[in-house]
Design a protein around this ligand. Structure first.
Ligand code: K7E
Ligand code: CUA
Length: 660
């Protein structure tokens, strides 16, 4: 039989296709990883009792929280409430933390948190603090990484939607904020049609105290009412500058999807903050009225306080030459990312076919040569061709964010084409691409926006999960995907769900954080005004209808555990001090019918529950955290009498009893 020579080729192709198909389905369920499933599993396997190599801090998006993950295992370690109340921890429910959520609008127990940002020293993540923005009621929070608790929240005045925040400078001199929504400045009852005339866009620099981390607003820069979307500060040669993307340079205020997509190029606003410092020192600013809250948590008193501030220094570009330049950038740019050398500024134009990369040194030359293409509100617009350092040609659809690996490579997310593309800084060639499941927003490489990325892993933060997990009704979790980027090709290792929408994340070597982690609060350093550092000092005090209960906990009882003489209509404060001085022995405190959360008190800490009893009766209270073999015995009673009763105030524990 004569066989056509091409039929061999055909058979070969079919065979190959089968082989490839077989190979794909057997290597991983995603079909996207070149690693054998076993290899991927062992790459993320952290044996029981061992620690992860990195901490990953993920924003909780509209949960207002931060979640802490171990990388590479993807294990959830802690959820830190920030712009939220958290019944698990009592945050926002106990009297000590409520002031943290105070704003010029009053108590706001929610926000939309997008961007965690680690503090840096010399451009390297230092493991001291984690900042995060609140989008809706503009705020920045600082989390102390010795306690993993929210330590401070500052409100950002003259802003609407604090999105381009809180990106840091290379020594955490500042964290920045910028208004995503143009708002009337000063805020006033004006026609929305008067947008171009009355609305402005404010960028804000928040000073960070190098010792305490305490934040204060250093100055604001008054700009046109564009939508300032994201930011990153310079490093190395570009240290001293910050770059803010903007869209809606059309200054549209309705049907924005059309109105804000007209211009071929929008701007990156380059702010010379060292210049700003000179203008401030020279008195070349306006101290303008602005009401905003500054809330700090004091670790000695275990209590937060809220202070209302009344003014901010404002710099006006017309009066401050050299302070701001606009870099034209195609088209509605979202992220702006500065490479580890500080030379290249990547503008991720959402609607642009190409990625535009500006050169900092070319920008400096253009400024020196006055290569301007007009001026807007006193801000010179730099000539586009004079500042472009390179273009990555047609890398994908819908670029959002870029991070770097420290080996001269950049990684950009593409929302629409749902992939991450690796490209070479300087040659602008595309090196590799991997699909994301699905619709990736930010990505995170530990240190990937710093001078010294720890480029071993990359995490994609995805918007849509569809078919990746067991279904949970209409609402699905958001999710992350972990990739190995240590080789030439990116390799998918792991999917894991996240708490809330993880817009952005930051990662850091565990060794930079873990050694400083606090284990207890020394009881002798407790300066809470209602502390009780020994059981013999526990008591109940009445003043009019205000009752203070000074209570302690230690395994396995409360002191006192029987209280009588409380009346309907009283305002009762339970101040509970946990006398334990052992690591990992919190006690809880909950009262039946109290319309609030439990307290969860760490060793050496004092926390307060406020309660207004409504009805007569005897109500049990108990410890909510399983603390010892006799945890179930850790309980007590409060007797509530009628408002006009003459039941004496009485408290006790076992045989000991006191009457007032
Ligand atoms: Cu791109 Cu709010 Cu940074 Cu979401 S943001 S993705
Ligand atoms: Cu204390 Cu359970």
């Amino acid at each position: 039989m004569k066989v056509h020579p091409l039929s061999h080729l055909f058979a070969l192709l079919v065979g190959l296709a089968l082989l490839v198909g077989c190979n794909t389905s057997s290597t991983s369920n995603s079909g996207s990883s070149g690693l054998l499933a076993d290899d991927a599993a062992s790459a993320v396997y952290v044996p029981p009792g061992e620690y992860d190599e990195f901490y990953g801090f993920m924003s909780g998006g509209f949960s207002g929280q931060v979640s802490v993950y171990g990388i590479p295992s993807g294990r959830l370690l802690k959820v830190i409430p920030v712009f939220s109340v958290d019944a698990e921890k009592g945050y926002g429910f106990n009297e000590e933390t409520k002031p943290l959520l105070n704003t010029s609008f009053g108590f706001i127990p929610w926000d939309d948190a997008h961007h965690p940002e680690l503090s840096q020293t010399d451009g390297t993540t230092d493991g001291r603090w984690l900042f995060i923005n609140g989008n809706n009621t503009p705020r920045i929070a600082r989390i102390d990484l010795t306690t993993f608790e929210t330590a401070e929240i500052i409100e950002i005045p003259n802003s609407g939607g604090n999105h381009s925040s809180p990106f840091t400078t290379e020594n955490t001199e500042y964290v920045v904020a910028g208004t995503r929504f143009g708002v009337p400045y000063p805020q006033a009852d004006v026609s929305i049609d008067s947008y171009a005339e009355n609305f402005k866009g404010m960028l804000t620099y928040v000073k960070v105290d190098p010792e305490s981390g305490e934040m204060s607003i250093a100055f604001q820069v008054l700009l046109p009412a564009f939508d300032y979307d994201l930011a990153h500060s310079g490093k190395g040669n570009s240290h001293g500058w910050t770059f803010f993307t903007s869209y809606n340079t059309e200054e549209s205020h309705s049907l924005m999807e059309v109105g804000a997509s007209q211009n071929d190029k929008d701007f990156i606003a380059a702010i010379n903050w060292k210049k700003a410092e000179e203008y401030l020192a020279a008195g070349n600013f306006h101290e303008m009225p602005a009401r905003y809250a500054h809330n700090t948590y004091d670790e000695a008193t275990h209590s937060a306080t809220s202070e209302m501030l009344e003014s901010v220094p404002v710099l006006i570009p017309e009066e401050c030459p050299g302070l701001v330049y606009f870099l034209p950038t195609p088209k509605s740019p979202h992220g702006v990312d500065v490479d580890p050398t500080g030379e290249y500024i990547v503008g991720n134009g959402k609607l642009s076919a190409d990625l535009t990369v500006h050169s900092f040194s070319k920008m400096q030359d253009a400024i020196a040569n006055s290569a301007f293409d007009g001026e807007i509100a006193g801000v010179p617009v730099l000539d586009f061709e004079s500042v472009v350092g390179g273009v990555v040609k047609e890398p994908g659809l819908g670029p959002l964010h870029t991070e770097f690996d420290g080996n001269g490579n950049a990684y950009t997310t593409f929302f629409i084409s749902s992939e991450i593309v690796k490209w070479r800084v300087g040659t602008w060639e595309v090196l590799d691409r991997v699909p994301c499941y699905y619709s990736v927003g930010h990505l995170m490489i530990p240190g990937g926006d710093s001078k010294n990325p720890e480029g071993k892993y990359m995490v994609a933060l995805n918007k849509i999960t569809k078919d990746r997990y067991l279904l949970t009704g209409p609402e699905l979790c958001h999710a992350a995907q972990l990739y190995d980027i240590s080789g030439d090709k990116m390799q998918l290792l792991l999917d894991f769900p996240t708490v809330g929408e993880p817009h952005y994340a930051q990662g850091i070597s565990a060794e930079r954080v873990q050694p400083n982690s606090k284990k207890i609060y020394p009881i002798e350093e407790n300066e809470h005004p209602y502390r009780c550092t020994a059981e013999k000092d526990t008591r109940v005090e009445r003043s009019g209808n205000v009752v203070h209960v000074y209570m302690t906990t230690i395994r396995s009882h409360f002191a006192p555990d029987n209280i009588e003489g409380i009346k309907v209509g009283d305002q009762v404060y339970f101040h509970v001090t946990n006398l334990e001085q052992d690591f990992d022995v919190p006690h809880g405190f909950a009262v039946m019918g109290a319309p609030t959360a439990e307290l969860l008190i760490m060793p050496g800490q004092t926390e307060t529950m406020f309660w207004e009893p409504q009805e007569e009766g005897v109500l049990p209270f108990y410890c909510t955290d399983f603390c010892s073999a006799l945890h179930q015995e850790m309980q007590g009673y409060i007797r509530v009498s009628a408002a006009n009763s003459d039941v004496a105030l009485k408290w006790g524990l076992g045989e000991e009893e006191e009457v007032q």
